[in-house]
Design a protein around this ligand. Structure first.
Ligand SMILES: COc1ccc(Cn2cnc3cc4c(cc32)CCCC4)cc1C
Length: 259
């Protein structure tokens, strides 16, 4: 029998596990099933205990856990230096982190502050560029960098505001990074996930309205699950998608094709 995924024993860095509902945790669960080595980064010390409890509860073992504050270039540099020292080669990265000031997600977009706009861009979009730059030297066998985006990158969704603009920048960054890194055999893609009830859903105004609209409108007439996002991310990280780069792949029950 042929192993089409070719992820067993591969070193995958997972950035953005906040709790068991995180999209990044869904990816970790899928990767664990196929025998990948899991490397977790975290921003705050308090996240370490939370991730370690998640790992223990699921009898997972992290190959490495590294502190990384994606708003700080030196922190990213040190994090990937440590990961490189621990595992040698990185075969994939899951970038699943974003943030905006909550007050910028309720007011009218026109009232977004300069600081709020820059913060959302820095955390949710530029961080991918900075991570790709620091990871590149360790991705000596090629691989794939996957980030998480959302429909608000190219449609107006009430209240998504500055995060939508950041996601638009993220998806454009995916295309330009794909162009730069393709010569190294490194693919760069985005997964645009439908609305999943994660810890940050509280930050998205009218979240429940979004869920209901998807259930009524999406071709599959239902919302998607954390597991479905995890499995498609696994496929994009794997050799199955060796010909796909610079792409945004929708995992949203088909919702985005509707008018
Ligand atoms: C502080 O605000 C935030 C902090 C992080 C996030 C993470 N995030 C980015 N885009 C998102 C889209 C959705 C959710 C969370 C999202 C949840 C399900 C619906 C779609 C969002 C906000 C708004």
């Amino acid at each position: 029998m042929e192993d089409l995924l070719k992820l067993k024993g591969k070193n995958i860095v997972i950035m953005g596990v906040a709790n068991q509902r995180s999209l990044a945790w869904g990816v970790a669960k899928s990767l664990q099933k196929v025998g990948a080595n899991l490397i977790f980064t975290y921003r705050k010390e308090r996240s370490v205990d939370r991730i370690q409890k998640l790992l223990a509860d699921h009898e997972f073992e992290a190959k490495v856990m590294v502190e990384c504050d994606v708003n700080e270039d030196e922190s990213i540099k040190q994090a990937f230096k440590k990961i490189g020292e621990e595992v040698g080669t990185i075969h994939g990265i899951v970038h699943s982190l974003a943030f905006a000031h909550p007050e910028d997600l309720r007011a009218d977009f026109v009232d977004t502050s300069r600081d709020g706009y820059a913060f959302a861009q820095d955390t949710s979009a530029y961080s991918l560029v900075a991570v790709a730059k620091q990871a590149r030297p360790y991705m000596t066998e090629g691989g794939c960098i996957v980030t998480m985006s959302y429909l608000g990158a190219d449609r107006v969704l009430d209240g998504y505001n500055v995060m939508g603009v950041a996601k638009a920048a993220l998806e454009a960054s995916v295309r330009y990074l794909a162009n730069d890194l393709g010569k190294d055999g490194i693919r760069v893609n985005a997964i645009s996930a439908g609305a999943v009830r994660t810890i940050s859903a509280k930050g998205v105004p009218s979240f429940n309205k979004i869920l209901n609209k998807i259930e009524e409108t999406a071709p599959l007439r239902r919302n998607i699950t954390q597991e479905e996002v995890g499995n498609m991310t696994l496929a994009v990280l794997s050799d199955l998608s060796s010909g796909v780069t610079g792409e945004t792949i929708y995992v949203d029950a088909g919702y985005h094709i509707m008018g």
